[in-house]
Each structure stands twice: as structure tokens, then as C-alpha cells.
Design a protein around this ligand. Structure first.
Ligand code: SF4
Length: 641
């Protein structure tokens, strides 16, 4: 700026010009998805039918359905036939709480089956403002490419000068030339690290190696620009009434109004440590006397934290803080667990530094941490040679860089813990399900959560069915029985799928469900008993009407809460069906042997997870056969053809 005039700054000038564009208003979704083929350079518009909208909602559900119709069984995740779907939900841009997220769906190079993820970066909002309800990317470019999305369509530009740059530099270079929302990969994605992430601002599509899918397509980044649409709900009266209720519930719940805003998700550290479900030393133990050092409460006290979140967000769980001399994002709870306590490390400055390396290189902190824990234990047992040791910070920064660059032993670590264990032995302590490394909740202290990991469609996923919420955080289900666990896993899978198809934040959904009057005002012991002994009744009283109300108000399509929840079941079942066509069956719905036969050091009761005892009931209520395959009748009932 010079003499108070902004015109001299080309960057600001361009932004002002784009702001001058006439703002067009769109009521509800555009029902237009852009499909881009990187091989041919051709793009086309897919019209979303009213039936698909109603059955698959948007976001993850719609992305999955579009891929199901287009991608053959047996597609190589790193081949050009794999499709990456990037899908904002219908709430994006409306101002509904925590609705600034978008979903991604693809076939995972880490697991070989379907993967989905959700991200709060700016790309989704800009895509939506361009008038696109989603983007499908297929094919592969021959040279490094930047995909530029506008309201008119797409253009391919050379990304030669971006290739090799980290995610921060790449986004800075893109934003110097184009105003909009970008998503990019770092060197890990370029080098096909099987757990490479995609980054938008400093939010992530973390799990399942989606960054490697982009890398295999030679796609360095995608930027959506020049969009100026304003999105309004079709039914403003219903939308405002639903919003009012949503905000009241968010304010009413301690987790969403106080704990997470103040301490972030690391507020979970002390809770999980007390419940002996904090992973320590590759899940050998469930608690540690130094855990408080990496708790949200201590980080807030010592590291001058400030909000650093998805936008827009009404909870603000993300933070940045001062670590050593640097301002860095505060690691999320899963990162603290997998890159910290599970490696025997309680130095938050180091965890923040490694988290930042993973951000810049574009790698999933859960999978990288889980795989490093396997390397440490395999080194102890003499299966591999490395300098890595539990409790020792030396060498970790270097090995993270080697993984991203696929150099030395890093090239093998980059394939994940399942692949390493298949080669060197030690499958019993490779802490993964279906190839995806475990998040930071030890299921020997939460049996229902363990069933959730075992059956989750993308592999060990804590968000697919967060039963630990009821078992550990709310204390409503006895964590050490199998009673009603299949029912709650099934219910939370449906909820998780509607949340990821609406593309709101899972944290908000807990407030919506458990702050509703019936649940809130039922005495806790009564509620707990009902949840365990009459799960069908308790589930029917759990309120999902804010989520269905938001969706109905924006789309103008009337659905009841139970029809809405059934859409979540349909999406989960379709994903399961796609995985079974790739060979997934009962044999894969299990946990690492350590959790089935070995107890935590801290547990005097020597408990392990009785997955098999819960599995048959789960299949029965899900409408799967005894091998875990959805029956013809189930598919027909849900309208999956
Ligand atoms: S609560 Fe956290 S994860 Fe959820 S939308 Fe807000 S910042 Fe993102």
C-alpha cells in the first residue's frame, strides 16, 4: 500500500477486481458436478439427479455414488482410472455452524479399498462459489500440472515450477498468481508415499494416501477461482429456526462451548490417560505418568495458543501456538498420540516440530506415527535395523524427511506398517486394520470402539463410529462389555455418513444429538441403562433432526430424520459393498493380534477386545451375510443397484 491507496499492489488489485464481479445468488445446490479427465484434457458437466440427491445427500455420499457408477472393480489406486472426487456438501456457504468442510473420496493406495476424508480448508468454499457441487478428477497428466477451476470449467496449467516444493511454498506461489482456494500435495504425494495427504491452507485430507493419488496423476494442485456465487437456502424460515436450535445446542455442551475452544482436541489426553486408552509405546500400554505434559490444558498454559481453525467454524477446536522460537499449529490429539505418546515421547515442542514437517511434506500424522512405532518395536526385536527407539527424539526429523523423499529405509516406511510387517514379520504388532494405522484410542479400554475399528470401511478409523464418546467421554456405556455395542456402532456409522455427506463437523453432531431435550433431561443413569439394555429405543430417541432439518431447508426437499439417517446407512452399505467386490470379507473385520491376545501393561484385569463376539450381531443388524457381505435383500431395500 502507498499513500493509503491499494491500487499499486497487483495482488490486492486483482482481489478487488474479483470482488467487483456481480454477486449471483443460488438457492440450494447447483446439482452440477464437473468431471475433468487429465489424460485427454476434456471436461464435462454431470447433472445430479433429484433421486441421487435424495438418496446420497451430497459430499461423501454423492462422491461415492458417482465413483461407483464410473470406476471398474480392480482399478489400480495409482493408475489413471482411479477417480478422485472432491465434494462440498449442501450447507457450504450458507452460514450453518461448522459447515466449511468438504469431502474427498477415492480408492486408497495404502489399503487398496475405498477411502474418504473430510477437510476444513478454503478449497471447498471456492469450488462451491464457482457453482460446482463437486469435482471428479480422472486420468493422469504426463507432466506436473495445476488444475484451475472457474465457473466456466477447467484449465490445465504447467506446474513444473511447483513440483518439489512443500505444501506451504506451493500454496504461496499459487496464491501469488490466483486468488481463490487451493489444495495441493507436497513431496510425499509426488513420491507416492502411501499415506501422503492433501493440504488446503493448513487443513488436511489426511487418511488413506489421497496425496499419492494426486501424485500418480502428476497433479500438484487444484485451485478454484473467480467464483462469486452466494448460496442461500431454499427454505429460509426452516433454515433460520434450525440454525437457532443448532447454536443453542452448541453453546449448551461443555465440549463444544468450552473444552475444545480452550484446549483443542488435546483436551482428550487427560481423559484417555485416566481411562487407560492413551496409546503408549506402540499400544503396549494405555497410560503414562508424563501424559499431562502433552495435554491440552498444559499446552494452553505454556504455549500462548490462539485459534487456527477451519473456516467458518462455530467451535474453534484448532489452535496455533509458540513452540521454541516458532509459531506452529498445535498438533491435534491424534497427532499427539501417534507421533508422541505412542512413540514414548512427551515433549510437545518436538511433536509440534514433527507435525509441521508432516504438514509441509504432506503426510498423514496418524499413519506415519503408527508406522514409526512399528519400526521402533521391530528394531527392538531385531527384525529391522534402524536408530529409532521408544522415548528417544533423535533421528525422527531426519527419518520423516527420508520418508517424504522415499530415500534409504524411508522408501520402505513410506509403504505403511502392513507392508513392512508382511516383508519383515511382526504382523501381530503392526497396529493397522485393512492397512490403515490405528488412531489414538486403545480399544482394550472401549470394546465398542474396537468393533468400530474392525468394521470401518476405510480401515482403522475413529470417526466411522465414535463409540468411545459413549464409553469413555460421556460414561454412558460400560466400556468393558459387548452389550449393545453392535447397535451403537451401526447407528454411529449412519450418523458419521450423514455428517460427511452434509460436510459439517463431527464435533457439532454430538451437541446436536446429546443436547436435545429428551437426552439432556433424562437422568444419566437412566439414559445409560436404556442405551445398554434398550438400545433400539435409545437410538430412536437420539435426535438427528438438526442435521436433517438443515439439509431439507437448504435443498427444499422434505425428509424425515429417519429417512435422513437411512441415507447414512445406504452410503455406508454402498461403501461396504464396493469393498467386498474388492475382496474385503469377515477375515478383514478384525484387529491387530496385540489387541486380541495381549493386555495393556497397566491393566490388572488383562483385558483384550472380544471382536468376534460382537461381529455376528453387527452383521445381522447391518443386513450382511455371515461373511460380512451385504445381502441382495439389503441392497434392494436400500435402493442400491
Ligand atoms: S471444530 Fe475443529 S475440526 Fe470442527 S470445523 Fe471447527 S476447527 Fe474444524
Amino acid at each position: 500500500m502507498r499513500n493509503g491507496f491499494v491500487e499499486e499492489q497487483p495482488e490486492i488489485k486483482r482481489k478487488l477486481e474479483s470482488m467487483k464481479q456481480p454477486i449471483k445468488v443460488q438457492h440450494g445446490p447447483s446439482n452440477r458436478v464437473l468431471e475433468v479427465d487429465l489424460t485427454s484434457g476434456v471436461c464435462q458437466v454431470i447433472k445430479v439427479s433429484p433421486q441421487d440427491r435424495q438418496m446420497y445427500l451430497g459430499g461423501k455420499g454423492l462422491g461415492l455414488k458417482l465413483i461407483f457408477e464410473r470406476m471398474p472393480v480392480g482399478t489400480d489406486p495409482l493408475g489413471e482410472d482411479n477417480i478422485l472426487a472432491l465434494m462440498p456438501g449442501v450447507l457450504m456457504g450458507t452460514g450453518a455452524p461448522c459447515s466449511g468442510r468438504f469431502a474427498a473420496v477415492t480408492k486408497s493406495p495404502l489399503t487398496g479399498i475405498m477411502a474418504s476424508a473430510s477437510c476444513g480448508g478454503p478449497f471447498g468454499m471456492q469450488l462451491k462459489k464457482c457453482g460446482w457441487d463437486g469435482l471428479l478428477v480422472r486420468g493422469a497428466a504426463t507432466n506436473p500440472t495445476l488444475l484451475v477451476i472457474t465457473p466456466e470449467g477447467a484449465e490445465l496449467e504447467s506446474a513444473e515450477e511447483l513440483w518439489g516444493k512443500d505444501t506451504v511454498e506451493t500454496q504461496e506461489l499459487i496464491s501469488a498468481k490466483k486468488s481463490g482456494g487451493a489444495l495441493v500435495i507436497g513431496p510425499a504425494g509426488e513420491n507416492l508415499v502411501r499415506f501422503a495427504s492433501i493440504v488446503s491452507a493448513q487443513r488436511f485430507l489426511g487418511r488413506g494416501g489421497m496425496g499419492a493419488v494426486m501424485g500418480a496423476k502428476k497433479l500438484k494442485g487444484i485451485v478454484a477461482c473467480n467464483g462469486s456465487l452466494k448460496i442461500l437456502p431454499v427454505d429460509a424460515v426452516q433454515f433460520n429456526a434450525t440454525n437457532k436450535r443448532a447454536r443453542t445446542y452448541l453453546k449448551g455442551m461443555d465440549l463444544t462451548s468450552s473444552k475444545y475452544p480452550k484446549y483443542g482436541t488435546n483436551a482428550n489426553v487427560n481423559v484417555c490417560n485416566a481411562a487407560e486408552t492413551l496409546p503408549v509405546n506402540n499400544f503396549k500400554d494405555g497410560r503414562h505418568e508424563l501424559a499431562y505434559e502433552v495435554s491440552g490444558e498444559v499446552i494452553a498454559e505454556r504455549h500462548n495458543i490462539k485459534p487456527h481453525t477451519c473456516k467458518p467454524c462455530s467451535i474453534l477446536c484448532g489452535h496455533k501456538g509458540t513452540f521454541g522460537q516458532k509459531q506452529l499449529p498445535v498438533p491435534e490429539y491424534e497427532t499427539t498420540g501417534l507421533l508422541g505418546t505412542n512413540l514414548g515421547i512427551f515433549d510437545v515442542n518436538k511433536i509440534a516440530e514433527w507435525n509441521w514437517i508432516c504438514t509441509r511434506m504432506g503426510m498423514d500424522t496418524i499413519s506415519v506415527g503408527g508406522t514409526l512405532a512399528w519400526v521402533m518395536e521391530a528394531t527392538e526385536k531385531g527384525l529391522v535395523r534402524s536408530d529409532l527407539k521408544f522415548g528417544c527424539v533423535d533421528g525422527i526429523s531426519l527419518v520423516l524427511q527420508e520418508i517424504a523423499d522415499c530415500r534409504n529405509f524411508g522408501a520402505e516406511i513410506a509403504l505403511g506398517s502392513r507392508s513392512l510387517a508382511e516383508k519383515y514379520g511382526g504382523t501381530e504388532f503392526a497396529m493397522q486394520v485393512k492397512g490403515l494405522e490405528l488412531p489414538a484410542y486403545d480399544p482394550r479400554g472401549a470394546f465398542g470402539h474396537g468393533l468400530g475399528y474392525a468394521v470401518a470401511n476405510r480401515g482403522a478409523c475413529h470417526l466411522s463410529a465414535f463409540v468411545a464418546g459413549l464409553e469413555i467421554f460421556f460414561g454412558l456405556l460400560n466400556p468393558f462389555t459387548i452389550r449393545a455395542k453392535a447397535e451403537w456402532v451401526r447407528f454411529f456409522e449412519s450418523v458419521s455418513n450423514v455428517v460427511n455427506s452434509l460436510c459439517t463437523c463431527i464435533f457439532a453432531s454430538y451437541a446436536y444429538m446429546f443436547e436435545s431435550p429428551v437426552t439432556k433431561h433424562t437422568p444419566r443413569p437412566v439414559l445409560g441403562l436404556m442405551m445398554q439394555y434398550l438400545p433400539g429405543l435409545a437410538i430412536s430417541l437420539t435426535d438427528v433432526s438438526i442435521m436433517s432439518g438443515h439439509w431439507s431447508a437448504v435443498t427444499g426437499i422434505k425428509v424425515t430424520p429417519s429417512e435422513f439417517l437411512e441415507a447414512g446407512t445406504r452410503i455406508n452399505t454402498l461403501e461396504r459393498y464396493m469393498n467386498t467386490m474388492e475382496g474385503v470379507a469377515r477375515k478383514d473385520d478384525t484387529l491387530p493380534a496385540r489387541l486380541l491376545i495381549e493386555s495393556r501393561v497397566c491393566d490388572s484385569e488383562k483385558r483384550t477386545v472380544p471382536v468376534d463376539k460382537m461381529l455376528s450381531r453387527y452383521y445381522e443388524i447391518s443386513g450382511y451375510d455371515s461373511n460380512g457381505v451385504p445381502t441382495v435383500n439389503t441392497l434392494k431395500k436400500l435402493g442400491i443397484t
